[in-house]
Design a protein around this ligand. Structure first.
Ligand code: N2P
Length: 611
C-alpha cells in the first residue's frame, strides 16, 4: 500500500471518531453556550451574561426543588449504598447455592426498561396505600440505584483479603470492631465510588420520579421539565448546565476510585461537585421555610399567572405548590392512580363527568363559595355537573385555527385548511385525542362525540393522510411555535393565541365554519384532598370579580365571570378570539364523556400517532 493510502486510511477512523464525539457533545456545548447568552432567544447571540445563573439561584421554585433533590439523593445514597455493601460482602464471604443466578438477579434492574420499573413502582405504592411524596420517591430511587451500587462494590472488593478479618477476630476484636477497623477501611474506596454513583443517578432521575412523586416532592429534573412546559427560559439552560457540571464531577470522583486511585485524589472533584449543588443555598440563604399551610394546585399550563397565586399566598399566609398538565387525559391518569395529594384541580367539562362517575371528586360546600354568584348562569348547572355540586367554572374557551395572516392568503375558515398540501410541514395540531379526532370528524360534518366506529375509522384515516403535512403535535406552547414562524397554521386553544395576537398582529384566529369545541374548565376538589378548607378558599378567591378579571387579563382565556367583564380592558373585552360573537357560539359543541367508547378514541389516536 502506498504511503498516501496509508495515511488516508489512518485519518479516516480519526475523523469518524471526532465526528462521533462532536455528535455526542454538541448538544451539551450548545446548552452551556446558551446559558451565557444575554438574549432570551436561542436563535441570536446577545452577548455574554451570568444573569441567568443569578436568576436561577434566586428562583424560589428552583431552590425548593433543588433542596428536595438533595434530600432525596442523600437519603437514597445512604440506604442504597449500605444495602449494596452488605449484599456485596455477603456474596464475597459466603458461597450460596445458585450464587451466579442470585447475583444476576441483583444486577438485572440496571438493564430493565426504566418506564416499566416506574409504572410497577407506582402500582406497588398504590396497592400499599402509600401517599405519593418524599418517601415514595426515596424508596423508588433506592430500588433502581441499589443494583448499580452493588455492581461497583462487588467488583472492587473482589481483591479484599478476607483473612485479615479472621486475623482481627483471632486477636480478640468483636464483629463491630472488625468491621469498623478492618473491613470498612479495606473496602472504603469501593463504597465511596458506589455512593457517588448513586447520588449522581438519583439527582438526575426524571422518568421514575415523575411517576412516584407526589405534590411537594418536586425534584429539580421535574421542576425543569415543568418550566419547559410553560415556555423555555434561558434560566433552564443555566440550571441544566449546573446539574451537568455537578454530576460530571461526582462521576469523575467515582471513576477515579473505581480505577483504584487514591481517595485523596478523588476527593477534589467530589467536594467540588457537592459545592456546586450547595452554592445557591450559601449565596442566597436558601428558600424561605415552608409554611405549615400549603395548597397543592394541579392546573393546565398557561392558566394562572404567578402574581395571582402570590396574592392568594399573601392573603392567607400559605404557600401554593403548582403542578401543570396539558391534557385532560394526563389529569385523569394522575388522579386515577390515587394519592396524588392535590387540593384543587382544573378538569374540563367531560373530565368532570369522568371523575364524578369514579367518585373521585369531593362535593363543594356552596356556603364557602359566596362568589359563585358572579358566574354567568349560562355556564352553570350544565349536564356534566348538575347544580355545580362538584365544580365551579374557571375559564371557558374554544378550539379553532390560528394562522399567520402573511403566510396564509385566504382566511382558513374550514378544518380542511389543515389538510391543504400547500402548507406541508407548516401545520401544527394539538396533542390531544379528543380534539384532533374531533376536528377530523367536524370537517366531515359529524359530531365530535360520535360513537360510530365507521365514522371514527374514517377520521383516523384522514388524520393518517394529514400526517406528512404536520410539523408537530403540541398542546403546550403552540402559540410560541406559531410566533416563531415555524408553523403557519395551528389547531389551537384560543387564550394562548389571544396572547400571541397581542404580541404580533400577524396572528389571526378563526372558528371553522363546520364548528368546533367549546370547553368549560372548572376548579374542583379531589376526594382525597388534604386541605379542603383552603381549597374552597382558593376557588372562591378565583371567583371574586377583581381576581377573575386579573386571571382573564393575564391568561386571555374567556372568563365565565359576569362580574369581571366590566373590569376587563377594552382590547380583551372586544377581542372576538376571547369573546366570540353569538352567531359563532352556535357552532360550538362541548366534548362529552363517552364511557366505554373512550377506548376507541384512545386506540385510534394511538394508531394515528404511531403510524
Ligand atoms: C391551557 C389549555 C386550555 C385548556 N393550556 C383546554 N381545555
Amino acid at each position: 500500500m502506498s504511503r498516501g493510502g496509508g495515511s488516508l486510511s489512518g485519518a479516516l477512523p480519526g475523523l469518524l471518531a471526532a465526528l462521533t464525539y462532536l455528535f455526542l457533545y454538541a448538544p451539551i456545548l450548545v446548552l452551556v453556550a446558551l446559558s451565557f447568552n444575554a438574549s432570551r432567544l436561542s436563535a441570536s447571540w446577545g452577548g455574554f451574561t451570568l444573569s441567568w445563573y443569578a436568576k436561577a439561584a434566586t428562583n424560589p421554585a428552583i431552590l425548593a426543588s433543588l433542596r428536595n433533590s438533595l434530600v432525596v439523593a442523600l437519603a437514597t445514597t445512604v440506604i442504597a449504598t449500605a444495602a449494596a455493601t452488605a449484599a456485596a460482602l455477603a456474596f464475597h464471604r459466603h458461597r450460596f447455592r445458585r450464587q451466579a443466578a442470585l447475583e444476576g438477579l441483583l444486577t438485572l434492574p440496571t438493564v430493565a426498561p426504566e418506564i416499566v420499573l416506574a409504572a410497577s413502582l407506582l402500582l406497588l405504592f398504590a396497592a400499599a396505600g402509600l401517599r405519593l411524596g418524599f418517601l415514595t420517591v426515596i424508596l423508588a430511587h433506592v430500588s433502581f440505584t441499589v443494583s448499580y451500587a452493588f455492581v461497583v462494590v462487588r467488583a472492587r472488593i473482589a481483591g479484599f483479603d478476607h483473612s485479615l478479618e479472621e486475623a482481627a477476630m483471632d486477636l480478640g476484636a468483636g464483629p463491630v470492631r472488625t468491621f469498623l477497623l478492618v473491613t470498612l477501611p479495606g473496602i472504603f474506596p469501593a463504597v465511596m465510588a458506589a455512593a457517588l454513583l448513586v447520588f449522581a443517578l438519583s439527582i438526575d432521575d426524571y422518568v421514575v420520579t415523575s411517576f412516584v412523586a407526589g405534590v411537594g416532592a418536586t425534584t429539580l429534573p421535574l421542576q425543569i421539565y415543568s418550566m419547559v412546559k410553560s415556555g423555555v427560559s434561558p434560566e433552564i439552560n443555566a440550571v441544566s448546565a449546573v446539574i451537568l457540571l455537578a454530576t460530571a464531577l461526582l462521576l469523575l470522583a467515582a471513576f477515579l476510585l473505581e480505577q483504584g486511585r487514591s481517595v485523596r485524589l478523588a476527593a477534589a472533584p467530589a467536594v467540588l461537585g457537592f459545592a456546586v449543588l450547595g452554592a445557591p443555598f450559601v449565596t442566597t440563604g436558601g428558600p424561605a421555610p415552608a409554611p405549615d399551610r400549603v395548597l397543592n394546585l394541579f392546573i393546565w399550563s398557561n392558566y394562572v399567572a404567578p402574581e395571582t397565586l402570590a396574592r392568594f399566598e399573601a392573603r392567607h399566609g400559605v404557600k401554593v405548590n403548582v403542578d401543570l398538565y396539558d391534557s385532560n387525559e394526563a389529569l385523569l391518569a394522575k388522579l386515577q392512580a390515587g394519592n396524588a395529594g392535590y387540593d384543587v384541580i382544573c378538569p374540563s367539562d367531560y373530565s368532570v363527568e369522568v371523575l364524578l362517575a369514579q367518585g373521585l371528586l369531593r362535593p363543594l360546600d356552596h356556603s364557602a363559595l359566596p362568589h359563585l354568584a358572579n358566574v354567568d348562569p349560562s355556564f352553570l348547572d350544565r349536564a356534566y355537573d348538575p347544580g355545580n355540586a362538584h365544580s365551579a367554572p374557571y375559564f371557558w374557551g374554544t378550539s379553532g385555527i390560528a394562522y399567520s395572516r402573511r403566510r396564509v392568503a385566504e382566511t382558513p375558515d374550514s378544518w380542511g385548511a389543515l389538510w391543504d398540501p400547500r402548507y406541508r410541514g407548516r401545520i401544527l395540531m394539538l396533542d390531544d385525542a379528543r380534539e384532533v379526532l374531533g376536528a377530523a370528524l367536524k370537517w366531515r360534518g359529524h359530531s365530535q362525540n360520535t360513537r360510530d366506529a365507521r365514522l371514527l375509522a374514517a377520521a383516523r384515516d384522514d388524520l393518517v393522510r394529514q400526517k406528512p403535512l404536520v410539523r408537530a403535535y403540541n398542546s403546550t406552547n403552540f402559540e410560541d411555535i406559531l410566533l416563531s414562524g415555524d408553523v403557519w397554521l395551528a389547531q389551537a386553544w384560543n387564550g394562548q393565541i389571544a396572547r400571541a395576537m397581542a404580541q404580533d398582529p400577524d396572528i389571526g384566529y378563526v372558528l371553522p365554519r363546520e364548528g368546533s369545541t367549546l370547553f368549560i374548565d372548572n376548579l374542583a376538589i379531589p376526594r382525597d384532598a388534604r386541605h379542603p378548607e383552603l381549597a374552597h378558599a382558593f376557588i372562591d378567591f378565583t371567583l371574586e370579580a377583581e381576581v377573575a378579571a386579573e386571571i382573564c387579563r393575564t391568561m386571555r382565556y374567556s372568563s365565565p365571570n359576569r362580574a369581571a367583564w366590566p373590569l376587563l380592558p377594552p382590547d380583551v373585552r372586544a377581542n372576538p378570539a376571547i369573546f366570540p360573537p353569538p352567531e359563532a357560539l352556535g357552532r360550538l359543541e362541548l366534548i362529552r364523556d363517552l364511557g366505554d367508547a373512550t377506548i376507541l378514541y384512545d386506540r385510534l389516536w394511538t394508531e394515528v400517532k404511531s403510524e
